[in-house]
Design a protein around this ligand. Sequence first.
Ligand code: GLN
Ligand code: ZN
Length: 758
Amino acid sequence: MTKSSVLGYPRIGADREWKKALEAFWSGKLEEADFVLQLQEIRLSHLRKQKEKGIDLIAVNDFSYYDHILDTATMFGMIPKRFTYNGGVVPLSLYYGIARGTKDATASEMTKWFNTNYHYIVPELDGAAPTLTENKPLQAYREAKEKLGIEGKPVIVGPLTFLKLSKGYNKAETDAWLDRLVPLYVQILQELAAEGVQWVQIDEPILVTKASQEDINRLNRIFAAFSAAVPNLNIMLQTYFESVDHYEDIVALPVKGIGLDFVHGLSANLASIQKLGFPADKVLGAGVIDGRGIWKASLNEKLALINQLSQVVGSDRLIIQSSSSLLHVPVTVKNEQKLPEELKNALAFADEKLDELVLLTKAVSQGAGSYAAELEENERSVQALKQSGERNRNDIQQAVAAISAKQPVRSLPFEKRHAVQEQKWQLPIFPTTTIGSFPQSAEVRKARQQWRKGELDNEQYAQFIRDQIDIWIKLQEEIGLDVLVHGEFERTDMVEFFGEKLAGFAFTQFGWVQSYGSRCVKPPIIYGDVAFEEAMTVEETKYAQTKTARPVKGMLTGPITIMNWSFVRDDISREQIAYQLAYALRQEVEALEQAGIGMIQVDEPAVREGLPLKEEDQANYLAWAVKAFRMTTCTVQDTTQIHTHMCYCEFHDMIGSIEDMDADVISIETSRSHGELIHSFELNTYKLGIGLGVYDIHSPRIPHVDEMTSMIDRALRVLDPKLFWINPDCGLKTRGYEETVASLKNMVEATELARAKH
Ligand code: GLN
Ligand code: ZN
């Protein structure tokens, strides 16, 4: 019998009750005992839902109090040295201390979970002596069985992935670390087997990245140890987010099931199965329902795919499952009340994906004929959106095809443009500027709330924004900055603001997904052809320029960042979506220029986030990402100065691509990787204008003049002084008024000292 399976379910709850409980506990409004009970209720309700929908294999131990990698580390008693820990089960205070920091010890680093927007806590191995403090998968299994009669499938992050994602150890000691960890896994598995557990899911997503022969040898050792210890426990070795490289080695491992992603690694995984076959003694976990996208699947297409798979594997050895955990999608479409009907009907969040999995499984077991009506209904809603006016704007498609057929180049190369721009702008050496936003004070947020509720009318709100601009233009002049900004007071965030004004976007009411800890994001949905409808930033920028003789820099979010921070349609390529965005934003750039704005910054902090997992796909992505940026910016006059800004990531290995973007000036965050960044500039000799951030904006601390002086001196050892700008690391919207003014004053003082030396 074909079975259905889910690899993990969102923790946050349809109304973010999980987030609310965490935050109430942290703020002391909820006692620990009540908190633990609340989380149990949430956890059980998620399991109950999956059971009621009819999922056969329901993941347990996918739930977390914060993050599942932190859960694994604390289960193994691996506590960073700077925290006090006396062994035994890790208390919640310590658990949250590692995640969020305490007054005595800084939090552990967090980083992106593969190419998703989920961030996990990076385990620190130095000094840790792993032991099993508790068997969390077993507890989760027992709870589901006792409370709900569910025969759960415990999920656990595999040892290779866990180790590869950890830091604080010498890579030469990888095997020694595995020797410490594997016995703990064995103990967990033995206890699960003794309990009568049937399936265990061991996640090894690291196998979709480049694995060396050494890693494959390690994998063999790990799973040989498991199968020797628990020969009768069904282990599903689970991969996701891409295809696996060493297919033949992986399917030869002594496990009962292999889980592969047939959405994000579809063509390569399918080709491997068809060319190389699949072992007769194993079950295939066929990840056919997208665990990361928000769209309804075309179930007929999925049935055709399953049919192809069953020709090799046999449908009795197939498990129909989500391609990854559903952690990465919102909970349910059901409560959305404001979406266009055609769009709403074509969406599938976690709960709707459960229905898809169950329906597919039944259709495979009993024949599609018995479900003709459901399948037809599914096809109708998928087709309705496909054929909608929003997805078929000929005007946009033709214009984008025409401009993307041409190489986007500025009319003069940088050196010549630079000369013309120097002539026009007459800036001092080491021009100073900021990244765009100024403090979004309580007052600013309140005014926006009032306006949204109708308590302020459009004109009152616009006047409020103008008043803010007045204050900050004056302040910037007093501080002595050379290139000013209007301050972005009218914007909530970098993507929503633009999405609300462009065609092709929709916004959900409840479409939250966990980003890290209790922090959730609600990405916009790009569901149609993107189109420029009206100027988005001209009014405020132009107004700011009337208030000063110094240049005011216009401020836009770039096409790649807008795309990477949204859920996007999957019927056209990301490359095409990026070009549509580029075309729309180009019209904004041109509108700004026409309104007399001669410096325009197009922010691209998220370029790196979209980098494909497979090395062989990365160059192509970077090429079209760069092209999209250039399409956005290439039509301006020679005198118009294009700026860009990047942050959040390490950029030292993509300086070539950054240079190809051909922005006249880039401002770039450096506090997180200053040494490496400077070093790679030594190797690369960047030839365009550049401002390395001279202070970290993530802390309220006011940086001293001499700290910034040493940053500047260091940068000038490798960068051309004639091309060097001075600016903070990032936008200042999260900072307070006083610290912002004081910090910028110090920055200008450091600049003056540098000017005196040159
Ligand atoms: N212009 C934006 C700001 O200053 C840039 C933000 C960012 O890079 N994340 O807020
Ligand atoms: Zn930034």
